[in-house]
Design a protein. Structure first.
Length: 293
């Protein structure tokens, strides 16, 4: 059976479902019957790779379930519609996910609402709308916290902090990373990740370019994780902070290169370190100009 045949079968089932809704049924039986037919139509449309028609049918399924006051089922149908919309319209996918979230919240299924908030956040990240991405991810993190799912929440907060830093909101990013570190140090499973999280917080502090604040942050990091002092992460931050204080671009570059030999500097850290280095180079150039006057 080819894609054309699949779409023809989908057409037929959708017409039958539409006809069911135009007729009369006892206690909503027409909505049940129509939903079953729509599910069949959606399956055939997906086999035909007719994603827009499949998405439209899933929306009809959601409406049927809402008529039956089955909000759980309606929310799941909107999530199915979102999966189809992802194939051709990310913004429509995000809107469908938002409708699913609203319904899951109404029936107090917080973990499901959190999951789809996170999915919407991922879509907005891919679309380069970082402000919207952050909004949805923050909602997801709060919901996972409410459900006691710390690992899930921390992973999302990490993304939120990275987005904040990309947007130049360094104090907010540093604060979130420190919060993650405080929570993680209490967990046998997560405590080994704390050094990397504190390194991220410190890199954000470097971008603020406030030497006094940097020294205060070192004291906080030591309180959060007493083993942080003397680690490779601490040494990197100390060397970078010193290079910023002395306006030493070469020392900054050497410190990053030495760290990168053992632990690869990931793209996010690279972006922020380059920003800090750019500021350092500007300071060096300004100092050179002052020397010439």
């Amino acid at each position: 059976m080819g894609e054309g045949d699949h779409e023809a079968h989908g057409d037929d089932m959708e017409r039958k479902a539409d006809k069911k809704l135009s007729g009369w049924g006892l206690f909503g039986s027409q909505y049940d019957a129509a939903a079953d037919l729509y599910y069949g139509a959606a399956t055939f449309f997906k086999l035909a790779k007719s994603w827009s028609r499949a998405a439209s049918v899933y929306t009809k399924i959601a409406n049927c379930h809402l008529k039956l006051d089955s909000k759980d089922e309606a929310a799941s149908a909107y999530a199915d519609a979102a999966n189809c919309y992802k194939k051709f319209s990310p913004h429509e996918a995000a809107r469908a996910l938002d409708q699913a979230v609203v319904l899951f919240l109404e029936v107090r299924r917080l973990a499901m609402a959190a999951r789809y908030c996170r999915d919407a956040g991922v879509i907005y990240q891919q679309e380069k709308d970082l402000a919207m991405a952050s909004d949805y991810l923050e909602r997801a993190a709060d919901l996972f916290d409410d459900e006691g799912q710390t690992c899930q929440s921390n992973a999302i907060k990490h993304e939120i902090a990275e987005i904040a830093a990309k947007l130049g909101r360094y104090p907010k990013a540093a604060e979130i990373f420190e919060e993650i570190a405080r929570q993680s140090i209490k967990s046998k499973l997560l405590k080994y990740s704390v050094r990397a999280v504190l390194l991220n917080a410190g890199i954000c502090q470097l971008c603020i370019a406030d030497g006094v604040a940097m020294q205060k942050s070192f004291a906080r990091y030591q309180e959060i994780d007493p083993t942080f002092w003397g680690t490779r992460e601490h040494k990197l931050l100390a060397d970078l902070a010193a290079s910023m204080d002395y306006g030493d671009v070469a020392r900054f570059t050497d410190a990053v290169r030495e760290f990168d030999v053992v632990t690869r500097v990931d793209p996010w850290r690279t972006i922020l370190l380059l920003r800090a280095k750019d500021e350092l180079e500007k300071q060096e150039n300004d100092d050179d100009e002052d020397d010439l006057t």
